[in-house]
Design a protein around this ligand. Structure first.
Ligand SMILES: Cc1cc2nc3c(=O)[nH]c(=O)nc-3n(C[C@H](O)[C@H](O)[C@H](O)COP(=O)(O)O)c2cc1C
Ligand SMILES: CCCCCCC(=O)C(=O)O
Length: 264
């Protein structure tokens, strides 16, 4: 396998049809999902010259931690849909290549085990604001305890979109140990966990609960980037959730320039 499309082809052949459709689909007519890729293809780089590249170094730092190259393992739920090793395998790989992994709240492996498998690598926790605020708080406390270095609060998913998993229940081997749900899990039950009434107040609430940096994931507009800065978050991830939530919104990469202009 040489390219992402080789890998994609292999995945399609190896996965169950529900898992493949979960990993590869977008919301609605998938206009935004398709545009994410098309927008990347439209961008062109502006190379600068005469910069002494005799010792090229791809290392960079994110929120004060060094990674070997500027690509991280973004958050995706339910790694055990793809392989029994689930998030343990992803964590090992991220650590091997010295980059950051963002573990999902909907991890199919306990946070503690993922932290151990990825040690001493860099890991962040992705968080939802659950209706159950104690559960939300306990995930933050646990992330601090196991040594995660940031909280990534997903703000573009107050409701899990209807296209997120095709069947009504998840396969029986799928469980969410940190959330206390074991299989077979009903999809509606998962959707009902998330609080759709969240506002910027909850951002302040999360910030008040932890000393870890808080990163907002799912900002697409200049206005919200400015608001995020006003609320004192340490980072934003410009994203449309892979076109999996709202169809018809702008491509993630197009949001980056708006957000950069606004925050600078
Ligand atoms: C299979 C799959 C599962 C995902 N699960 C989550 C999740 O649990 N939480 C989350 O915030 N984003 C989730 N995402 C969205 C990704 O983190 C990411 O936003 C998306 O792949 C697109 O990249 P972009 O953010 O650069 O647009 C998931 C995406 C995919 C493809
Ligand atoms: C039925 C579980 C759905 C979890 C949603 C995770 C997510 O954000 C995604 O895009 O998928």
């Amino acid at each position: 396998m040489f390219s992402l499309s080789d890998f994609e082809q292999f995945a399609q052949q190896s996965l169950s049809s529900d898992a493949w459709s979960y990993y590869s689909s977008g919301a609605g007519l998938q206009q935004t999902m398709k545009d994410n890729e098309a927008a990347f293809l439209r961008y062109r780089l502006r190379p600068r010259v005469l910069r002494d590249v005799s010792a090229a170094d791809t290392r960079t730092s994110i929120l004060g931690n060094t990674i070997d190259f500027p690509v991280c393992v973004g958050v995706t739920a339910m790694h055990k849909l793809a392989h029994d090793d689930g998030e343990l395998a992803t964590a090992r790989a991220a650590t091997k290549y010295k980059t950051c992994m963002v573990l999902g709240s909907f991890s199919t492996t306990a946070m503690e085990e993922v932290a151990e498998a990825g040690s001493p690598g860099l890991q962040w926790l992705q968080l939802y604001i659950f209706r159950d605020r104690e559960l939300t708080r306990s995930l933050i406390t646990q992330a601090e305890r196991v040594g995660f270095k940031a909280i990534v609060l997903t703000v573009d998913q107050p409701v899990i979109g209807p296209d997120s998993y095709k069947s009504a229940s998840l396969p029986p081997h799928i469980s969410f140990p940190d959330i206390g749900l074991s299989g077979p899990i009903n999809k509606e039950k998962v959707r009902n966990l998330i609080d759709s009434s969240v506002t910027w107040e909850e951002v302040d609430w999360v910030k008040g609960l932890t000393k870890l940096p808080v990163v907002l994931k799912g900002i697409l507009t200049a206005e919200d980037a400015v608001e995020a800065v006003r609320h004192g978050v340490q980072g934003i991830i410009v994203s449309n959730h892979g076109g999996r939530q709202l169809d018809g919104v702008l491509a993630s990469v197009s949001g980056i320039s708006f957000s950069l202009c606004a925050t600078s």
